[in-house]
Design a protein around this ligand. Structure first.
Ligand SMILES: *Cc1c(COP(=O)(O)O)cnc(C)c1O
Length: 404
């Protein structure tokens, strides 16, 4: 017999950077009976979800909600605004930027990829995956593009594979300073709800997000936030689209409905998250994640292990990437920790596979669940024979108990 379920006692520690732990309150909301998606009650739910997402994105423009994962939101953003053969400029900060580029290529777009050109003394081969977008490179490339053949600039806000954020304001400024009309597209799939994001103020044309990361929901919903220019571009864009097409959704959303069946129960969860964020205040939510991230970094520093992100000004508030010593397979450590302590950590993706693991500090967490996570990691590192400089758990306790 194949044993599918192993039921340890206590809670599973889901410390990957998405899906994140879902608050009980949200799970209870999701468990309410499914209602008629064309019935009279549904309109209130639909409108609350859309308006709530506009407030989370900080936009007055339409927000499209899809019953899909983040990958769908990537495809929707490109398919609604661009035509086959269009030239798009992407910046590779890590594995998700790499995957988005692959998706764009498969849609028939001509992609050009920029990446960090500087040197990394510690890990030369990982240089580009340890830093955020360097907006000056985008500026210089756009200035050269006198015919305006580049139609969009695509960047990842919180690179979930590395734990590095990018400064979106500087990217907007680079495009404006180059007097270039390209659309700005931002993947904030893991960031939204946990890392500061301001759609209208930052001048983003299309943003993508998904439910299962910073928004603390189960997987299954994703989002596009639009701009007037993006909607204008969608009127002439020629990539074939039907399910992803914004126009019908925007039309039906006016009444609080969608063209096809919505994820009703996930919308219950989403409206619960919207209430929770409104009760706490987004600034407090962002500060809480920054504080957790600093506590986790204090632990990693105490262990004497390198943090994947080499630029302290762009540390992710959502996850921390930890590089393991040469010759120690990070996935072996993860496996041991999962089996011994029922604690899941994020694997290294793409070219950093086996070289690092990721600790998620998002979703339904608190100081003590994070300290327990650090304890699990510390025990796992010791059991794997990794020599530690000191106790990360102690450093984490010091950080969290020092009024920070
Ligand atoms: C998770 C993630 C994606 C992909 O989303 P899925 O929900 O897995 O389809 C894309 N970009 C970033 C930054 C992500 O974290």
């Amino acid at each position: 017999m194949i044993k599918l379920n192993f039921h340890p006692t206590g809670r599973h520690f889901l410390q990957i950077p998405g899906p994140s732990p879902v608050p009980d309150r949200v799970l209870r909301a999701i468990s309410l009976p499914t209602i008629d998606h064309r019935g009279p009650e549904f309109a209130g739910l639909g409108r609350k979800a859309i308006e709530g997402m506009q407030s989370i994105f900080k936009t007055k423009q339409p927000v499209i909600i899809y019953p899909a994962s983040g990958t769908g939101a990537w495809e929707a953003a490109l398919a609604n605004t661009l035509s086959p053969g269009d030239h798009v400029l992407m910046y590779e900060t890590g594995h998700f930027a790499f995957l988005w580029n692959r998706l764009a290529t498969r849609l028939g777009l001509k992609t050009e990829v920029l990446s960090f050109q500087g040197h990394d003394d510690q890990f030369p081969a990982l240089a580009g995956w340890r830093r955020g977008v360097q907006a000056n490179q985008i500026h210089d490339r756009l200035v050269q593009d006198r015919e305006h053949s580049i139609k969009a600039v695509c960047v990842v806000h919180n690179e979930t594979s590395t734990g590095v954020t990018s400064d979106i304001v500087s990217v907007r400024k680079a495009i404006d300073d180059a007097k270039h009309p390209a659309l700005l597209m931002v993947d904030t799939i893991s960031g939204l709800g946990s890392a500061d994001y301001r759609h209208d103020e930052w001048g983003v044309d299309v943003a993508m997000a998904a439910s299962q990361k910073g928004l603390m929901l189960p997987p299954g919903l994703s989002f596009n936030a639009l701009s007037a220019r993006a909607i204008e571009a969608s009127k002439t864009a020629k990539i074939p689209r039907s399910f992803w097409a914004w126009d019908e959704v925007i039309e039906m959303n006016k009444g609080g409905y969608w063209p096809s069946t919505s994820s009703t129960n996930l919308l219950y969860g989403l409206t619960e998250v919207i209430d929770m964020f409104a009760e706490e205040g987004m600034d407090k939510v962002f500060a809480r994640h920054q504080r957790w991230a600093a506590g986790v970094r204090a632990a990693v520093n105490a262990w004497g292990l390198p943090i994947q992100c080499a630029d302290p000004s762009v540390y992710s508030p959502i996850l921390t990437g930890v590089i393991t010593p040469e010759g120690v397979d990070a996935d072996d450590i993860r496996k041991l920790i999962q089996q011994r302590f029922d604690l899941s950590l994020g694997t290294g993706l793409g070219k950093v596979k086996g070289r690092m693991f990721r600790i998620g500090h998002l979703g339904d967490s608190n100081d003590l669940t994070l300290l327990a996570t650090l304890a699990g990691v510390e025990m796992g590192l010791k059991l794997s024979g990794v020599k530690l400089a000191g106790s990360g758990v102690q450093a984490g306790m010091d950080y969290f108990s020092n009024g920070a």
